[in-house]
Write a protein that binds this ligand. Structure first.
Ligand SMILES: Nc1ncnc2c1ncn2[C@@H]1O[C@H](COP(=O)(O)OP(=O)(O)OP(=O)(O)O)[C@@H](O)[C@H]1O
Length: 300
C-alpha cells in the first residue's frame, strides 16, 4: 500500500464477497437508485446455511454446483422482474445470461453475488474448500465505481486487504490488461478501463465463483476478445463464471451455456448450439430475436 491508502471502500456494490465477512462495499454503498442498501442485510436470508454449500444436482457436471439459485422471484413495486427462476452453475462452467434491456439480468446477478436478496428463493455458494472454507463470489457490477483520487494499483491493494490470500496486484492488473495504467488515477481511466479495473477487483483473492454484469460493455473489439479470453482462462482454472452480455458473437463462441431471460423466466437454457438449433436459427443473434417476446423496453 502506498502513502495514499484508501480509507474506505469504493462507491458501488461489492467485489469479492465473503459470507458475513469482510464488511465490503456491499454493506456500505450501492449503485441502487432506490435506497436498497438495507437489503444487503438480507444476505443471510439468501444463503441460509452457506457452509453446507449447494445440494448435489444430477444436472450439474461433477454433481455439486459451485453456486445454485433456487426459485428466485422478485418484484420492484408492481413490476415482477423474476418469476421462479433456478440456476445451478458447475465449477469451470461459463454461463451467459442474455435478454432484452430491462429483463432482469442485473437483478438476477445481484442476487447471485449476494449483494441483495430476492423476495423469494435462495442462493447458495459452495465453500472454497470442503473443510469449511468461506464461500466467496467475485462480482463486477454493471457500473463499477471507485474513489477517483487513488491509483489503479492502490485501489486493488485496498481490496486485497479483505481476502485471506496474498494478492499480487501487478499480476491482476496484467491479467485484465491494465499493467500500463497501474499508477494512473482511477478518475483518469476511460470507461472501458474502469470496467477492466472492476473486473480486476472481482478477481482479487481468486474466488471460486465470479459474477460479471456486462463485462464487455464499453470495451473496444480487441479488449472484448481479451475479456472473453480471461473468462475462458478462469473457467479452465475451475472458476464458475456467470456473466451477462449483449455481445452475442463472443458469447456464442465462449459460453458453455446460454440462458435467455425474458418475461421473468428463462425462455431458453442450453449450450449455445442447442439454443440456436432449438429455433432453427443460423446464430445466437438471430435466435435471440426469435426467442424473446419483448420488442421494446416495457418496464419489465
Ligand atoms: N432498484 C430498482 N428499483 C426499481 N426498479 C428496478 C430496480 N432495479 C431494477 N429495476 C427494474 O427491474 C427491471 C429489470 O432491471 P435490470 O437492471 O435487472 O434489467 P437488465 O436486464 O439488467 O437490463 P439492461 O440489459 O438494460 O442492463 C427493469 O424494469 C428495471 O427498471
Amino acid at each position: 500500500m502506498t502513502d495514499h491508502e484508501p480509507t474506505e471502500p469504493a462507491t458501488d456494490e461489492s467485489i469479492t464477497m465473503s459470507n458475513r465477512e469482510p464488511a465490503t462495499t456491499a454493506e456500505t454503498a450501492s449503485d441502487e437508485p432506490t435506497g436498497e442498501n438495507a437489503d444487503a442485510d438480507a444476505d443471510a436470508d439468501a444463503d441460509p446455511d452457506p457452509d453446507l454449500g449447494p445440494e448435489p444436482d444430477p444436472n450439474v457436471e461433477g454433481g455439486r454446483p459451485a453456486i445454485a439459485a433456487t426459485d428466485l422471484s422478485h418484484a420492484f413495486g408492481d413490476v415482477r422482474v423474476l418469476d421462479g427462476v433456478s440456476l445451478s452453475v458447475a465449477p469451470g462452467e461459463i454461463v451467459a445470461l442474455v435478454g432484452p434491456n430491462g429483463s432482469g439480468k442485473s437483478t438476477l446477478l445481484r442476487f447471485l453475488a449476494r449483494v441483495r436478496a430476492p423476495d423469494e428463493g435462495t442462493v447458495t455458494v459452495a465453500s472454497t474448500d470442503a473443510g469449511g472454507g468461506r464461500a466467496r463470489v467475485g462480482y463486477l457490477p454493471q457500473q463499477p465505481g471507485f474513489r477517483a483520487g487513488f491509483s489503479a494499483a492502490d485501489t486493488l491493494e485496498f481490496y486485497a486487504q479483505f481476502v485471506d490470500e496474498d494478492v499480487d496486484v501487478a499480476e491482476v492488473l496484467e491479467r485484465v490488461g491494465l499493467a500500463d495504467a497501474a499508477d494512473r488515477r482511477v478518475g483518469a481511466l476511460s470507461g472501458g478501463m474502469t470496467r477492466l479495473l472492476g473486473l480486476g477487483r472481482a478477481l482479487v483473492g481468486d474466488p471460486a465463483v465470479v459474477v460479471l454484469d456486462e463485462p464487455a460493455s464499453g470495451l473496444d473489439p480487441g479488449m472484448v476478445e481479451r475479456l472473453f479470453d480471461i473468462v475462458s482462462a478462469l473457467a479452465d482454472a475451475g472458476v464458475a463464471v456467470v456473466l451477462s452480455s449483449h455481445n452475442l458473437g463472443p458469447v456464442e463462441r465462449t459460453a458453455d451455456r446460454v440462458v435467455v431471460l425474458d418475461g421473468g423466466r428463462f425462455v431458453a437454457d442450453g449450450d449455445p448450439r442447442a439454443v440456436v438449433e432449438s429455433v432453427g436459427a443460423a446464430d445466437l443473434q438471430t435466435a435471440f430475436g426469435d426467442l424473446v417476446a419483448t420488442e421494446e423496453v416495457t418496464g419489465r
